[in-house]
Write a protein that binds this ligand. Structure first.
Ligand code: LLP
Length: 423
């Protein structure tokens, strides 16, 4: 069986460990399914980016959408991370962990009045704005609050990045960003937005991009755009290059942070703006695993199915994007492997974690780990099929704690009521 030892998840005497804790101990005590995060990996990944870009001391805004567990956020705040947020809920989480608001940027193609108001009051660094109507909206609300608000325009560099269709955002066929001509007109005529300082340029071309080329092409395009703006007298104080750095799920060979920096930094020589970055997956993707328990095996004469206690509602990436997650046993077995589909209990044929894969031939009731599940795992989970959301655990050295309690039935029906007219 192949196993890429991801950072702080390794076998010792045939048992999978997260840092110094045996993973099966956590599963036995916290229950299954469960997400487990390594504090050490999270912090190390953050430091890798920080170190690689040290020369320009960027503001690193962890993309909270990848993992918004409060313990994860707190660990990152303590490292000096800021956040890329996309909702009022994420803003509230940033405040809960006492993030430095001057390191918080707010993206998303649709921001509500209340969200904008709360973010202005909180004093975030920048709004990453994705359309002219949104800009007008923010200008009006800022005026009402008597505040001047800093804005970066998310430009759409119209670049196709080689990644999954659903997470490719850099082309004009997608809803994201503002086309260059409109963006230029806005920058030049920014006097009309009396309550805004439109002084930043933002790009984000997609996610899970393993090579430097698309980033470099987009950055070069953005820099030409900035040159043009500056020659028209516009002062660009912030350049936000977004997130999107790909990681290893299977056999990808992504660039390292240092390789990425060695290509980006020369392009920024002599520039006066502050660099911002919004990595999500790079920091948490391989810092988390997802544990599920084998219920039993089903053989219909054509195929074998390993049925597990987790479903697509708990980890949707395989069914949503056809994403690959390595699957390994928590305890190595001497019984070889079995060719099967690994499936959940949900009433959809898409509820599959692996197709036709050789999986360790573990006994019923034993555990499997789906690797690289720290990004876009728990945050995308749902209550579909009236299933409670699972627990999350953080490990630090030999310590571990449940950092998000498993939901129970009460959580599932909270706020639900049967109206009088049905009685
Ligand atoms: N900045 C912006 C504006 C974004 O939209 C995103 C991700 C990021 C930063 C962080 O990208 P990262 O460094 O994590 O690639 N659910 C999908 C991924 C969706 C990405 C959405 N935007 C998945 O599971 O693959």
């Amino acid at each position: 069986m192949r196993f890429h030892p991801i950072h702080d998840f390794v076998y010792k005497n045939g048992e999978l460990y997260c840092e110094s804790v045996k993973v099966s101990t956590i599963a036995d005590q916290a229950g299954s399914p469960v997400y487990i995060y390594s504090y050490k990996t999270i912090v190390e990944h953050f430091r890798k980016i920080k170190q690689a870009f040290k020369a320009v001391d960027p503001i690193i805004c962890f993309a909270m959408k990848a993992n918004s567990n409060l313990a994860v956020l707190k660990a990152l705040v303590d490292e000096g991370s800021g956040f890329d947020i996309v909702s009022g809920g994420e803003l509230k989480k940033a405040r809960l962990v006492k993030a430095d608001m001057q390191r918080v940027v707010f993206a998303s193609v649709g921001k509500t009045e209340v969200e904008i108001q709360e973010a202005i009051k909180a004093g975030i660094l920048l709004f990453n704005v994705e359309s002219k109507p949104e800009l007008e909206h923010i200008n009006r609300i800022a005026g009402r609050l008597r505040k001047t608000v800093q804005v970066a325009l998310r430009i759409n560099p119209d670049i196709d990045s080689p990644t999954h269709e659903k997470i490719n955002t850099g082309s004009l066929k997608k809803k994201f960003g503002i086309d260059l001509k409109t963006a230029r007109d806005i920058f030049v005529a920014q006097g009309t937005y009396r309550n805004l300082r439109i002084n930043g340029v933002h790009i984000h071309i997609g996610s899970q991009i393993t090579k430097a080329e698309p980033f470099i092409a987009a950055i070069k395009k953005a820099l030409l755009f900035i040159d043009d703006l500056e020659s028209s007298g516009v002062k660009v104080e912030y350049f936000d290059i977004g997130g999107g750095l790909g990681i290893i799920y299977q056999d990808e060979t992504p660039q390292t942070a240092r390789e990425f920096a060695s290509k980006v930094l020369p392009l920024l020589k002599g520039r006066k703006f502050k660099l911002l970055m919004e990595p999500g997956r790079f920091i948490v993707g391989n810092a988390g695993i997802f544990i599920t328990r084998k219920l039993y095996m089903k053989d219909n004469g054509v195929k074998k199915f390993m049925i597990v206690d987790a479903g697509m509602n708990d980890l949707v990436r395989p069914s949503m994007y056809g994403a690959y997650h390595e699957i390994v046993p928590l305890k190595k077995t001497t019984s070889g492997s079995v060719l099967c589909d690994v499936v959940g209990p949900i009433c959809e044929s898409g509820d599959v974690f692996a197709h036709d894969r050789n999986i360790a031939n573990i006994k019923d009731g034993e555990y499997l780990a789906l690797l690289s599940a720290g990004a876009y795992g728990y945050v995308m989970s749902s209550n579909y099929n009236v299933r409670p959301r699972v627990a999350e655990v953080m490990v630090k050295g030999h310590k571990w704690a449940v950092v998000q309690k498993r939901e129970d039935f009460k959580d599932l029906i909270r706020g639900a009521s049967i109206p009088g007219f049905l009685r």
